[in-house]
Design a protein around this ligand. Structure first.
Ligand code: NAD
Length: 350
């Protein structure tokens, strides 16, 4: 597998997306968002997805240069139509507006619909965290095909419906949770297939409802399991609530629509910390809390406690230093796209 620097990957992703029709702003937002996911260690949401996004442009599912419109708003709420634009771009604009509303009103929320994949969900609450605010974001994939079997069921009826919460603190590595409500993100199954690896027991069931470690069974009628193993009813319940916020509150609805156009419905809420506690004091206490969690002796076989978001920052430091390993299949896809767009010599992907 080639190992590539974050800057070079961003340059490659931006160039390919621009060649496929994305505007400069869109191409950079998507490429930076994907590379940030690779840096955080979530390769399933990294540059592996760029060829898929380009396929969706070609299929007319993603509209480069799409307008971004407010359908309904109040001083604290906004409903945003992304007109099938790039989720990375549409959703960042939605979060920027919600932060501005929370700066005035202390609490603000928005829903976003008709946008493509938003990628690593943490990216948006982290924008608010940098402004001294707490933010929560949830996402579902609209009425495109489902991935997760509800607890006790055999067929997929839910999305991987992620949830991300970010909190300002004095910590060097940000304190944020960013997780699918399924056992893992669906992209991790694709990644295991691309790398020819087995997956842990408890991630998926096959078409007959049996547990399996073979990731290829997922595409043969299998389904992801909800978060929580034998207590998967809690993950299943969380996923259902995310779908209510992102599918029903946005008006996208539930279930599968046969044309299967990918559509990330998103709900986001921002809380200005200063309206509740002095910001500096709160940030110090969150850092103290993280150190308190970490100060417990490790349990048997564990390497100790990491607070939410800490591992992602450790990985990002390593990957900025050592580069990001890109699976051969993804690199081959980049080479084919570079050839298609006459960028082979400019991008030098040999
Ligand atoms: N846009 C979408 O439609 C979509 C859908 C699903 C998932 N996703 C993204 O996929 C990514 C991966 O999600 P996931 O659930 O597979 O990731 P995951 O299982 O690695 O869980 C990630 C969360 O758990 C924490 N964590 C992980 N290991 C830990 C440990 N040992 N100790 C303490 N905390 C730990 C991380 O800090 C992070 O907050 C996320 O970025 C998510 O937003 C996006």
């Amino acid at each position: 597998m080639p190992t590539v620097t974050a800057d070079r990957l961003t340059q490659i992703g931006t160039a390919l997306l621009q060649a496929a029709g994305a505007t400069d702003d869109e191409a950079r937002a998507v490429a930076i968002g994907c590379v940030d996911a690779n840096l955080a260690g979530h390769d399933s949401h990294g540059v592996i997805a760029i060829p898929t996004y380009i396929d969706r442009i070609k299929a007319g599912h993603i509209m480069p240069g799409a307008p971004w419109t407010i359908v309904q708003e109040s001083p604290t709420t906004t409903v945003i139509d992304g007109h099938w634009g790039f989720g990375f771009h549409v959703n960042a604009k939605a979060m920027a507006l919600t932060i501005e509303k929370a700066r005035t009103a202390n609490v603000a929320a928005c829903t976003v619909f008709r946008q493509s994949h938003v990628g690593r969900l943490a990216a948006y609450p982290l924008m608010a965290m940098r402004q001294g605010m707490i933010a929560i974001a949830t996402a579902d994939s609209g009425r495109s095909p489902k991935h997760v079997a509800p607890f006790g069921g055999r067929e997929a009826r839910l999305g991987t419906n992620p949830l991300a919460i970010a909190v300002p603190s004095d910590l060097e590595a940000p304190f944020y949770l960013d997780m699918a409500t399924s056992a893992v993100a669906a992209g991790k199954i694709q990644l295991a297939v691309a790398r020819g690896e087995q997956i842990p027991q408890g991630w998926i069931i096959d078409a007959e409802g049996r547990h399996t470690t073979d990731p290829t069974q997922y595409r043969k009628g299998g389904a992801l399991l909800p978060l929580g193993g034998s207590e998967g009813y809690k993950g299943s319940g969380l996923a259902a609530m995310v779908e209510v916020l992102c599918g029903l509150l946005t008006g996208l609805g539930f279930g599968v629509e046969p044309t299967g156009r990918h559509n990330d419905g998103v709900f986001m809420a921002v809380f200005n910390v200063a309206a509740f506690r002095p910001l500096q004091q709160f940030k110090r206490e969150v850092a103290e809390f993280a150190h308190y969690l970490k100060s417990t002796p490790p349990s048997d076989g564990s390497s100790g406690v990491f607070y939410p978001g800490e591992l992602e920052s450790i990985r990002a430091q390593q990957r900025r230093r050592d580069g990001i390993a890109i699976e051969n299949a993804t690199w081959d896809n980049f080479k084919a796209l570079a050839a298609e767009y006459n960028l082979a010599s400019t991008l030098d992907l040999a």
